[in-house]
Design a protein around this ligand. Structure first.
Ligand SMILES: *[C@@H]1O[C@H](CO)[C@@H](O)[C@H](O)[C@H]1NC(C)=O
Ligand SMILES: *[C@@H]1O[C@H](CO)[C@@H](O)[C@H](O)[C@H]1NC(C)=O
Ligand SMILES: *[C@@H]1O[C@H](CO)[C@@H](O)[C@H](O)[C@H]1NC(C)=O
Length: 609
């Protein structure tokens, strides 16, 4: 499965001959061509989405990811037909975090007013829950009221319980596992749906740690079911211990049965194999990526009683780029959209219109990056926040002259800002959370000044002393850093090799910047060939000092922080010898961080684009 076998030249030729395509959302950027690697079909084939976070309208400002959920519906219909024609099977998987992070979900009241109906239009075969479905009781309620029944027996909750609000009864969020046969080859499948050992959920759900779940009688029975293949989907990074534990438990009972894993949570493209009869893929974030996995060889036990015949696995990370979707289906802008797909695109357009997501607050003067620029630097979104936005918004009129330290977690920012229109949609994309600014008045400065260090560098101490996982303050993209080889070399990625002419091409193509994934399988996973993007580490938290006057250090300061990190701040204070509890925390200013920022944009970036 080397680079050489990838079809590059012919694909570029195919794309060059296309008519101008238009993405389904009216204002979306034109899709951009790229040299392509083809999909390799097997007997079992999968399309996988994860961590879509409300981006079901696609990326309106990035042509390489501007397909919408309706386009994905069309794509899946064509791919299912191909599977039927070939006599193989295609299954769709989604591994959670479908909500929070885009105006299409966040801007409505109640949240998700349009999203649940749009999402359900896709025929997903195996679906589970992510941590973002559980932060707020109302989100978990809606998940249980809408998405669970929308997908009925296809929704799996192996280690998640729900508390019924009317009765207080504790019930499984959905069935614990699913046993079924595939449509065309009648392959027997036992499927599970997990969530990592998440502890930040609201009161109406209970997440059972995975190492306990795998001891449960029902699980022990399920892994002894007669089956041709196990499919484990989960809101879990593929390098995380939870998946490894599940793998070990299943493999102990099933020495040769193929075990397929679909993961998420860490927002990266990744793949690995736990042994030569298992395979795992994670398919990125924000509906930029549609993951593809295929398994070939003898998958049905009856065909191979010894079951030792070799299996082969393939994976591709498909850019959600219309031109690529046309390429993989052999269709064009006229033949690609199906009636169902068009209907779903129309639902999205209508929802965006009713939510006024294109309403423009102002005009971003340039691009600001989360990890594509170093922090601090003038291109860093965190420097913008620290030096320009926070000084203006973290002001409590009655205490505006009191020296203060304002701490924001980098995870509060979810996406880059692109030069150009900053819309209502952008506010939710960049900062979707309901965090507000809280503070503790008059904290002795010698203690307060050490909090930021504790939250960042000394996270290990906090983890050892408590059960708080400091990574929750940072950005999910960095979770993978210590667990995956993807960013084995964090820090600037050197642009290397991409300028060389590619085999079979007489001219070097102009490559768009995008994913250049290296996973445990190799560096040929991306379906589109891109120029590298730099990746820089960011700290868990950033701090702004305000109203510090010359003439020595203040005795006390107001310690201001986003309420999301309150447990971490209190723990840091405790470890530093301060005696503070929730009762010392007060509201600092009215309004969510998102609203305050939108106001700031209105005032400071008021120019027309
Ligand atoms: C698409 O929408 C039209 C108009 O509402 C409806 O008549 C038709 O049944 C829909 N088709 C599909 C496949 O959803
Ligand atoms: C990764 O591990 C190193 C060494 O243990 C540590 O210094 C660093 O903070 C870790 N990074 C993250 C993002 O956890
Ligand atoms: C943003 O606007 C406010 C209010 O008009 C103003 O006081 C502040 O100086 C501006 N900030 C920047 C960084 O331009």
């Amino acid at each position: 499965m080397g680079f050489k076998s990838a079809v590059i030249g012919s694909a570029l030729a195919a794309l060059a001959g296309l008519h101008t395509a238009s993405a389904a959302q009216p204002k979306a950027a034109e899709p951009v061509p790229a040299p392509m690697r083809d999909l390799v079909w097997g007997k079992l084939n999968f399309l996988h989405t994860t961590d879509t976070h409300g981006w079901h309208a696609g990326h309106l400002q990035e042509g390489q990811y501007s397909g919408d959920w309706g386009d994905y519906v069309s794509f899946a219909q064509h791919m299912r037909k191909r599977a039927d024609d070939l006599g193989v099977d295609l299954l769709l998987v989604d591994t959670g975090d479908r909500v929070e992070g885009n105006g299409l979900y966040d801007a409505s009241d109640p949240k998700g007013k349009y999203y649940y109906d749009i999402y359900r239009e896709q025929d997903v075969d195996i679906i589970c829950t992510g941590n973002h479905e559980l932060y707020h009781a109302s989100t978990a309620d809606a998940e249980h009221r809408f998405t669970v029944p929308n997908f009925k027996d296809r929704y799996i909750a192996s280690n998640l319980d729900y508390i019924v609000p009317e009765t207080g009864e504790r019930v499984p969020m959905a069935q614990r596992y699913r046993k079924f046969r595939t449509k065309n080859q009648k392959v027997n499948v036992v499927a599970f749906g997990f969530l990592f050992d998440f502890t930040g959920n609201d009161k109406n759900t209970i997440v059972q740690p995975v190492r306990q779940t795998i001891q449960e009688p029902w699980f022990q029975k399920a892994i002894r079911e007669e089956t041709d293949v196990f499919i484990v989907i989960g809101h879990v990074g593929v390098q995380m211990q939870e998946f490894k534990d599940i793998f070990k438990a299943i493999r102990a009972e099933n020495p040769v049965t193929p075990i397929l894993f679909f993961g998420g949570h860490v927002h990266i493209r990744d793949a690995t194999a736990y042994d030569d009869r298992s395979f795992a893929i994670a398919s990125g974030r924000y509906f930029e990526t549609i993951g593809w996995m295929s398994v070939d060889g003898v998958v049905k036990k009856v065909e191979a009683p010894t079951a030792e015949s070799p299996l082969s696995f393939h994976r591709r990370y498909i850019d959600n780029n219309l031109l690529g979707l046309y390429h993989h289906t052999g269709l064009n802008s006229k033949t690609f959209p199906t009636e169902h797909g068009r209907n779903v695109s129309a639902m999205i357009t209508k929802a965006r219109k009713e939510l006024e997501l294109d309403y423009t607050f102002g005009c971003a003067p340039k691009d600001y990056w989360m990890t594509r620029a170093p922090y601090p630097s003038e291109d860093s979104i965190y420097t913008l926040l620290q030096q320009e936005v926070i000084p203006d918004i973290a002001v409590k009129p009655s205490r505006k002259d009191v020296p203060r330290l304002v701490i924001a977690n980098t995870g509060a920012i979810r996406f880059d800002i692109f030069k150009g229109a900053f819309t209502r949609d952008t506010t939710y994309i960049v900062s979707p959370f309901l965090s507000v600014l809280s503070f503790i008045p008059d904290v002795p400065y010698p203690i307060a000044k050490k909090v930021i260090k504790m939250l960042n560098g000394a996270g290990k101490i906090m983890q050892a002393e408590t059960h708080l996982d400091t990574r929750f303050m940072g950005i999910p993209e960095q979770w993978a850093l210590n667990e995956s080889i993807i960013y084995k070399n964090p820090g600037p990625v050197i642009h290397d090799g991409v300028q060389k002419p590619l085999d079979g091409l007489s001219e070097k193509p102009r490559l768009t910047e995008g994913y250049t994934t290296r996973d445990d399988i190799g560096d040929d996973g991306d379906d589109s060939i891109h120029a590298n993007i730099n990746f820089y580490l960011v700290p868990n938290c950033i701090q702004t000092e305000l109203s510090f006057y010359s003439g020595g250090e203040p005795d006390t300061v107001d310690l201001v922080f986003l309420d999301f990190i309150q447990p971490f701040v209190l723990m840091a204070l405790k470890l530093l010898g301060g005696r503070y509890g929730n009762e010392h925390v007060q509201s600092y200013v009215e309004g969510t961080f998102t609203d305050l920022w939108a106001e700031w944009i209105k005032k400071n970036w008021s120019a027309k684009c």
